[in-house]
Design a protein around this ligand. Structure first.
Ligand code: GLN
Length: 235
């Protein structure tokens, strides 16, 4: 038999296996980690479980392995920082946030920002933005607002609790919602950030958006991991 034909058959079998493997991976539920050092991580885990994801609470750097995405919850960023620094977790988390889909809310937003003010505070520096802590006042000034967003389905209820204010965003940051002209929901590549608490309302559109980002990222990496050499990796 013509060796060219055998080679072609083998290549086709490899490609078919790769496609089967990829679609098996794609139908698995997404595994979403929730950083559980402090704050309202349980509410996030519940919201993502309801949205159809498998959720895992993350307390150690090694627990980041195998996650499709990670949530950095609201709470108290100074306390989270203390835990991150004590466990040598800070650098591993910074690298993870830079390379994997992450969803950061409130204190999480403070942790991922490039610059934190009021007062100045160490941060992972992934989101090209300046964030002012407690910018709307004290606990008593916390509020619930329904504001327009770029998400399909009309205005969104937003719970602000001692929320930070994003006062500057870089050119690579897409603003999906604003409060009084300041961004409250932004996206930079695989990083979705809210200064409010989507896990505290029954509207799951922000979680759905994040899961969609995670799905897209996962199928992109699966395509490049399973495509035989020479096969196009984009559709
Ligand atoms: N005020 C908190 C901080 O500075 C954030 C509040 C929240 O996460 N709801 O870390």
């Amino acid at each position: 038999m013509n060796p060219g034909i055998i080679q072609t058959k083998e290549a086709m079998a490899t490609a078919t296996n790769a496609v089967a493997q990829q679609s098996a991976e794609e139908t698995k539920p997404l595994t979403i980690g929730v950083l559980a050092l402090q704050g309202d991580y349980e509410a996030h885990a519940r919201a993502f479980a309801q949205a159809g994801a498998r959720t895992v609470l993350v307390r150690k750097p090694e627990e980041l392995k195998g996650l499709d995405g990670l949530v950095l919850p609201g709470g108290e960023s100074t306390t989270m920082l203390k835990f991150l620094e004590k466990k040598g977790f800070f650098d591993t988390l910074g690298e993870f946030v830079a390379n994997t889909p992450c969803f950061a809310t409130c204190a999480g937003c403070i942790l991922v920002a490039r610059e934190v003010l009021h007062p100045k505070q160490r941060s992972l520096g992934v989101l090209d933005a300046t964030v002012e802590r407690n910018a709307y006042g004290r606990q008593i000034d916390s509020t619930i607002l329904t504001l327009p967003t770029e998400l399909p389905g009309g205005p969104l209820e937003m719970v602000f609790i001692r929320a930070p204010r994003i006062t500057r965003v870089g050119p690579g940051v897409e603003v999906l919602a604003k409060r009084n002209g300041f961004p409250v929901l932004v996206r930079q590549g695989n990083l979705l950030v809210a200064t409010f608490h989507p896990e505290m309302t029954s509207d799951a559109r922000v979680q759905q958006l994040f899961l969609e980002m995670v799905r897209r990222h996962k199928s992109g990496s699966l395509q490049s991991a399973t495509a035989p050499a020479g096969m196009p990796t984009t559709s």
